[in-house]
Design a binder for this molecule. Structure first.
Ligand code: MG
Length: 246
């Protein structure tokens, strides 16, 4: 899983710069699929419960599960959420990032991104054996709500391993005492989603794409994280220096 995480992070790094104005979300997904196959992996999302895309690309008020489309052209000023999962040698890895297309990011948008990223970092820091899973949830909620933003509660993180979505669910909210105790060897996909205003979401006619009900921007960041004896290890990272002894 560590190897797969590193591979996925590498693919992500190569795909990200291809998200630019004038490119359709389908073109970006095709680039991603080519990269995924080039490293001997499969898209974890393509065909998952019938999902038609190789990756999820959600723009602006779209929250998650955006279907790549030839008609959806990315533009300057778009907030692009890329969510990518791979399967290789029977194991899964999952990660997501939100990018702003353009130089001059509006301060409020920058705050949304920074806060969601910070919430992910807080969640990861609580991936400690012996602690309850609720510590992850509570720390994420606290970071987001301290900035007067809302947690989108409809979607949660998850265990990951031989399946893309395994138990336990990892909510981005709730009290610290809730959930199972974390154990060495568990691997979790931690994925906070934050928005301005209302946390309510709606599903578009395509049956997949979730949008904020009030049309506000949302942000999503995700890492696959292992709980080790030495503490949390971000598997979806291109740098695993010092983590060889896991
Ligand atoms: Mg996930």
């Amino acid at each position: 899983m560590q190897e797969n995480g590193r591979i996925l992070a590498g693919v992500f790094t190569r795909v990200k710069p291809q998200a630019k104005p004038g490119v359709s979300t389908l073109q970006l997904a095709e680039i991603a699929l080519e990269e995924i196959r080039a490293v001997g992996a499969e898209s974890a999302f393509l065909g998952y419960r019938g999902f038609p895309g190789a990756i999820c690309i959600s723009l602006n008020e779209e929250v998650v599960h955006g279907i790549p489309s030839p008609n959806r052209i990315m533009r300057q000023g778009d907030l692009v959420k890329i969510d990518m999962g791979i399967m290789r040698n029977g194991f899964y890895a999952d990660m997501a990032e939100t990018l702003y297309l353009g130089e001059d990011i509006p301060p409020e948008t920058a705050r949304l991104l920074a806060t969601t990223k910070k919430a992910l970092a807080a969640g990861i820091c609580n991936c400690i054996a012996g602690q309850t899973l609720g510590k992850i949830s509570q720390s994420i909620q606290q970071v987001i709500e301290t900035e007067s933003l809302s947690v989108v509660k409809r979607f949660v993180g998850h265990g990951i391993g031989r399946s893309l979505h395994e138990k336990p669910p990892v909510p981005n909210f709730g009290p610290s005492h809730r959930g199972p105790r974390l154990e060495i060897g568990m691997v979790l996909a931690i994925e906070p989603i934050a928005t301005f205003g209302s946390p309510e979401v709606a599903i578009k006619q395509d049956g997949w794409t979730a949008v904020t009900a009030d049309g506000a921007l949302s942000a999503h960041f995700e890492h696959t994280v292992a709980i080790s004896a030495k503490g949390p290890v971000i598997l979806t990272s291109t740098c695993h220096a010092g983590q060889e002894g896991l």
